[in-house]
Write a protein of this length. Structure first.
Length: 487
C-alpha cells in the first residue's frame, strides 16, 4: 500500500523555512537501506536532504562486489525479503525496482534423504488454514510430525512471557519442551536461523513469535519469497540512489563523517566531513551501532555489552554448467542452508567477457564456528552436499569459489535485546537514530532497516515542523490471528 506524500506543517514545532525561506536541511549519515529509506521519506516531507556515505557506493550490507574474473557484480550474500516486508516492498515499488524482485510462492525444501517438497500456502484459504497445503507438502515429515508442527506454530503464536519471567526463553529451550526433535531440526532450526540470522540456541522467543505470526500465520502472502534478480549493487547502489537523486536528494559517497557537531546547548548543528562542517537542522545517524557509539559517545548504552552481531556466510561457486533446476532450495539437516542460482539474464549487458560460468551461492546463517573455521573443509562439504542433491552438480566442473563471511551480519536478537534497542528519537532533540539494530519491533533485516529509516525521517520531520508519511501498513490479519497473537 502506498502512503500519502503531502507535507503538513506542524504549528507546534519550529520551522527553519519560515525564517530563511529555505526548506529545513536534514543530513543523513550512512547510505545503507535505513539511510536510503530515511532520505526518501524526508524528501517527501519537504526537507532538503543531504546523505553522506563512507563507501564508494550506497547499499551498506545489502551490497555487491565486482567479480574480477568476469567483470560482473556479485552480491556479497544473496538477500531475500518475505511478503510480510511491507515497507521494504513499498520502497522498491516507489523507486521502480520492484520489477527486479522475483516472487516465489512455493518454498522448496530438500529433505535429508534428498526428496524435494514443494510447499505452497493456499491463497484461497483464510489464515491460518492457508498453511495447510504448505505443511502437507513437507514430504520429509510424517503426518504426526506435521500435526505437531501445526500445533507448535499455533502455541508459539499465542505465547506471551509469564509476568514473573525476568528473561524470555531462547527458542531452543522453548521448542525442546514442546516439539519433536526432527521437527526442530528440519523445520524450526532452518526457518528461524535464516529468518533471524541467529542460532536457535541464542535467539529469544519473542523474535521467533514474530516470524511465526508475521512471516507465516498472518496472511496467505506473508511467506512469499521476494528474490532480487539483479545484483543488489545495481538495485540499491545505482537505481534506488538514481531515483533519490531525481527527487532532489543530494548524495555524497566515499566520504566518512568524522564527528557530529553540537552547540553549547547540546543541539546538533551539523556533521564534520574532513575539514568541512555540513550544517543541518536535524541529523539522522543511519550507521551500525558501533559507528553510532563512536560518533556520539554517551548516547547509547555500552554497545559492546548490549549488542552482539551474528555471522552469515555465503559460499560462492562458479560451475561450468547450471546445477540447480529450482528457483531456490532450503536444504534441511545439512551444513548448507539455502542455495540460489543466479538468473542467467541478471547480468545482461554487464559482463566484461563471454566466460560461460554459472554462479550459485549457498547461504549459511548463524555461521560461527562453521566446519571448525576450516574453509577448505567447508567448501568440500558444501560442494559434496550439492552433488548429493542435484544430479547436474555431479557432472559439473567447479571452476572457482569464494567464501564471504560477515561476522556481524545482523543484530543477534537474544532474549531481552529489545529492551536496549534505542528508538529513533535520541536524548539530543534534533539527532535521530536509524538502522536495523534500532527499536523497530523487527529483526535485523532489510524490512527492519527501511522501517527504521522511515521512523527516523518522521521524527526528524516533526522536529522541524513537518510531517512525514507513516509506515506502510502490515499485511492485514484476520480476527482469529489477531486474537491468537494477543492471547
Ligand atoms: C551476509 C548478510 C546476509 C543478509 N541477508 C539478509 C536477507 O536475506 N534478508 C534481509 O532482509 N536482510 C538480510 N541481511 C541484513 C540486511 O543486509 C541489513 O539488515 C540491512 O542491509 C541493514 O541496513 P542498515 O542501513 O541498517 O545498515 P548498513 O547496511 O550497515 O548501512 C550503514 C551504512 O553506514 C555507512 N557508514 C558507517 N559509518 C559511516 C560514517 N562515519 N560516515 C559515513 N557513512 C558511514 C556504512 O558504510 C554503511 O553503508 C543480511 C546481511 C548480511 C550481512
Amino acid at each position: 500500500m502506498t502512503t500519502s506524500h503531502t507535507s503538513i506543517p506542524d504549528p507546534s514545532a519550529g520551522d527553519p523555512a519560515a525564517e530563511t525561506g529555505q526548506p529545513p536541511q536534514v543530513v543523513i549519515v550512512g547510505g545503507g537501506l535505513a539511510g536510503l529509506a530515511a532520505a526518501a521519506a524526508a524528501s517527501e516531507a519537504g526537507l532538503a536532504v543531504q546523505l553522506i556515505e563512507g563507501r564508494r557506493q550506497c547499499g551498506g550490507r545489502a551490497a555487491s562486489f565486482e567479480d574480477v574474473s568476469e567483470g560482473t557484480l556479485v552480491d556479497a550474500c544473496q538477500h531475500v525479503a518475505m511478503g510480510c516486508c511491507t515497507n521494504f516492498l513499498d520502497l522498491c515499488r516507489l523507486a521502480g525496482i520492484e520489477q527486479w524482485l522475483r516472487r516465489d510462492r512455493t518454498l522448496w525444501f530438500i529433505g535429508p534423504d534428498g526428496r524435494r517438497a514443494a510447499c505452497t500456502p493456499a491463497s484461497w484459504l483464510p489464515a491460518p488454514l492457508h498453511l495447510a497445503p504448505l505443511l502437507l507438502g513437507m514430504r520429509h515429515f510424517s503426518l504426526r510430525e506435521k500435526l505437531a508442527l501445526a500445533v507448535g506454530m499455533l502455541r508459539l503464536a499465542s505465547w506471551k512471557p509469564a509476568v514473573a519471567e525476568a528473561v524470555e526463553p531462547t527458542a531452543a529451550a522453548w521448542l525442546a519442551a514442546r516439539q519433536p526433535e526432527r521437527v526442530i531440526e528440519l523445520f524450526w532450526q532452518p526457518v528461524i536461523e535464516s529468518a533471524l540470522g541467529e542460532s536457535i540456541d541464542l535467539v529469544g522467543l519473542s523474535a521467533v513469535k514474530k516470524v511465526a505470526v508475521d512471516g507465516f500465520l498472518a496472511h496467505p502472502t506473508a511467506a512469499d519469497l521476494w528474490v532480487p534478480t539483479r545484483p543488489l549493487g545495481d538495485l540499491f547502489g545505482d537505481r534506488l540512489v538514481g531515483w533519490l537523486i531525481s527527487r532532489g536528494v543530494s548524495i555524497m559517497t566515499g566520504r566518512q563523517v568524522a564527528a557530529v557537531e553540537r552547540d553549547s546547548r547540546g543541539r546538533t548543528v551539523g556533521v564534520r566531513v574532513g575539514d568541512e562542517l555540513i550544517a543541518a537542522d536535524a541529523v539522522i545517524l543511519a550507521v551500525p551501532w558501533r559507528a553510532a557509539a563512536r560518533l556520539v559517545p554517551g548516547l547509547l548504552p555500552p554497545v559492546d555489552n548490549a549488542f552482539a552481531g551474528s555471522p552469515i556466510t555465503a559460499v560462492h561457486l562458479w560451475f561450468d554448467q547450471p546445477i540447480i533446476d529450482l528457483p531456490h532450495a532450503v536444504l534441511v539437516g545439512r551444513v548448507s542452508q539455502w542455495v540460489f542460482q543466479e538468473e542467467q539474464n541478471a547480468h545482461a549487458g554487464m559482463s566484461a567477457n563471454d566466460d560461460q560460468s554459472h554462479h550459485c551461492q549457498v547461504v549459511i546463517s548463524a555461521s560461527r564456528g562453521l566446519c571448525g573455521g576450516d574453509r577448505k573443509l567447508l567448501l568440500e562439504t558444501v560442494v559434496g552436499e550439492l552433488k548429493g542433491i542435484f544430479p547436474a552438480a555431479r557432472e559439473a566442473r567447479l571452476l572457482r569459489s569464494r567464501i564471504v563471511t560477515d561476522p556481524t551480519a545482523v543484530l543477534s536478537v537474544r532474549p531481552g535485546v529489545d529492551r536496549v534497542r534505542p528508538p529513533a528519537e535520541s536524548a539530543v532533540p534534533n539527532l535521530f537514530l536509524a538502522g536495523d539494530w534500532t527499536a523497530t519491533g523487527w529483526p535485523s533485516t532489510m524490512e527492519g532497516a527501511v522501517r527504521s529509516g522511515r521512523l527516523a525521517a518522521a521524527a526528524a520531520a516533526r522536529s522541524v515542523g513537518r510531517t512525514a508519511a507513516p509506515l506502510t501498513a502490515d499485511l492485514s490479519k484476520n480476527r482469529l490471528i489477531r486474537l491468537l497473537a494477543r492471547s
